[in-house]
Design a protein around this ligand. Sequence first.
Ligand code: NDP
Length: 311
Amino acid sequence: MPARILNGNLIRDQILSELRAELETLESRGLRPGLAAVLVGHNPASEIYVRNKIKACQALGLYSEKIAPPESVSTEDMLALVAELNRRDEIDGILVQLPLPPQVDSKRVLLAVDPAKDVDGFHPTNLGCLVTQRPGLVACTPAGILEILKRSGIPIAGRRAVVIGRSDIVGKPVALLLLHENATVTICHSKTQDLAAVAREADILVAALGRPAMVTRDFIRPGSTVIDVGMNRLDQAADVERIFAGQPAKIEEFRQKGAVLVGDAHPGDVAACAGAYTPVPGGVGPLTIAMLMSNTVKAARLRRGGPHGPR
Ligand code: NDP
């Protein structure tokens, strides 16, 4: 049986339409959620991410503001900016796009964000809430992965989940979310021995390692669900031809654009072995921005009160 493709674009659209309904109710009470995105410098990837986040706000009808301090900004300037955003009532979410320039102490800046406005879910207070299962703002990509699983009807409770990657923004939080859904969770990393054998035990395999197409068929238990978080840009013809052998459309896309995206799972192997999987692009990626919108609306509701009042 062909593997089921878990279409992130459709799930994103579902979430956004639910948010639209909630926004109408908030607006009828005079509340328009607002997001401030702080972008320092001219990192091309960061510029694209911030542009897409602002576009998503505009499409949904959220207030948004892009703040672009100069590349030479100091830690003190950034702390003053964050303090100002913390004070402003119409700003519900503060997003500091990483990486910051080397002279800025990123950890101090992220710690300065009011946890009630920390829509990225990176603040230690929100991470602590996640660990202890208290209400809080959860990091967007991990939250999006849970939405994909739940809305696709993939059973989690009692299942074996293996997460490859232990970063603070993806691997660890997604492992905790799966644990709280009663999966039996194993977290793997670069020092894990016999990684493929551990991965093969998974009913749900989350690949968040940032290594193009490394998760091959020997990692995938036949019929399991594979969530591919990786977003790797391939710009070498040899890599594209090796990974996408037998997929002339991708090779043609590469010829036209000079680069293509690939996940951490091998695209041919995951389609052949998994029972269900998220494609790249069009899987986890669209959920990350949807969950940022969702967190901004939630932050507005919790902080300023809404139909359900502050919780
Ligand atoms: P990090 O680089 O912060 O973490 C990577 C993790 O993978 C580390 O824990 C590392 O282990 C582990 N790892 C690296 N190489 C191997 C290996 N060969 N074997 C086993 N484990 C390995 O990455 P992120 O968590 O930030 O991101 C992971 C991927 O997800 C990236 O491709 C990124 O682009 C993508 N991403 C996609 C998003 C989306 O919206 N779709 C959002 C965020 C990220 P160790 O700790 O031992 O070094």
